[in-house]
Design a protein around this ligand. Structure first.
Ligand SMILES: [Zn+2]
Length: 261
């Protein structure tokens, strides 16, 4: 599932590619046809992201709301667009480019009031000015394990399954530790890691947990298989202990039981 860095990355990219133009919006697959007609032909004013949600705001106040979920994927083509591939829920066509969306969890047209209610249900988004003190309040008042809290979009918006493993490893924290048992000092480390990794992820359009110093090369050159320290890995890069996988909040995460205590 794309995590928050990717949603913000897509918002920036799609804003640069599509905003300021009238868009032709359609649904080759048919499931979004009725809503597509509400915005097709209108100027796209802006594209923004909060957590894992994308909002395409059109003149007149209509907004396309997209949540990619686990399987949602965008494909970009040059205009004129080729024949749709697979189940294309939404196709947005501008003068130069065409963007197809397949398999999202959510793709609908909403107004500002509904957008507000979507955002109100989310916790602070660290990439959209979300406040550290609010995240601390959400975490420190919960008896849930920190590994589950980080995935809860009401606690902090945008963190997904890869980030939680990598952030907790960098901060040296056991994912089973309850929020109420986390010291302020440990939370400060966690927040620092979270901000660093999400900012790097936004810049590069993918999660890169290792630093350029560790990898011995610039971040942009790090090969795919060397981006993570623990996620999907077998051996801890710090102590060489075997990495364990544990299930928390119904998803598998990765832990070094020696370094994360
Ligand atoms: Zn270790």
């Amino acid at each position: 599932m794309p995590e928050g860095h990717k949603t913000h990355f897509l918002a920036r990219e799609h804003h640069a590619l599509l905003a300021g133009e009238p868009l032709s919006v359609s649904s080759p697959q048919g499931r979004f046809s009725t809503d597509a007609k509400k915005v097709s032909g209108k100027h796209l004013a802006s594209v923004s992201a909060t957590g894992k949600h994308l909002f395409y705001e059109f003149e007149g106040g209509s907004i396309i709301h997209v949540h990619l979920g686990r399987y949602g994927k965008f494909r970009r083509h040059k205009s004129p667009a080729p024949e749709p591939v697979g189940q294309v829920r939404m196709r947005m066509t501008a003068s130069e480019v065409c963007i197809d969306l397949n398999g999202p969890t959510t793709c609908r047209v909403i107004d500002h009031e509904i957008k507000r209610s979507v955002i109100d249900r989310l916790g602070p988004d660290p990439l959209a000015g979300g406040r550290k003190t609010e995240v601390w309040n959400n975490i420190s008042q919960s008896g849930q394990p920190i590994g589950a809290l980080l995935l809860d979009q009401k606690v902090v918006a945008g963190v997904g399954n890869i980030f939680r493993s990598e952030i907790l490893f960098e901060a040296g924290l056991d994912p089973h530790l309850p929020g109420t048992g986390l010291s302020k000092e440990a939370f400060d480390r966690l927040w620092k890691s979270l901000k660093r990794m999400m900012t790097v992820g936004l810049k590069h359009g993918k999660i890169i947990a290792v630093t350029s110093k560790e990898a011995g090369m610039p971040l942009a050159k790090i090969p795919e298989e060397r981006r993570f320290r623990v996620y999907g890995q077998t051996e801890c890069p710090q102590c060489s202990t075997l990495i364990s996988s544990v299930e928390i909040a119904s998803r598998r995460m990765y832990v070094c039981k020696h370094c994360q205590v």
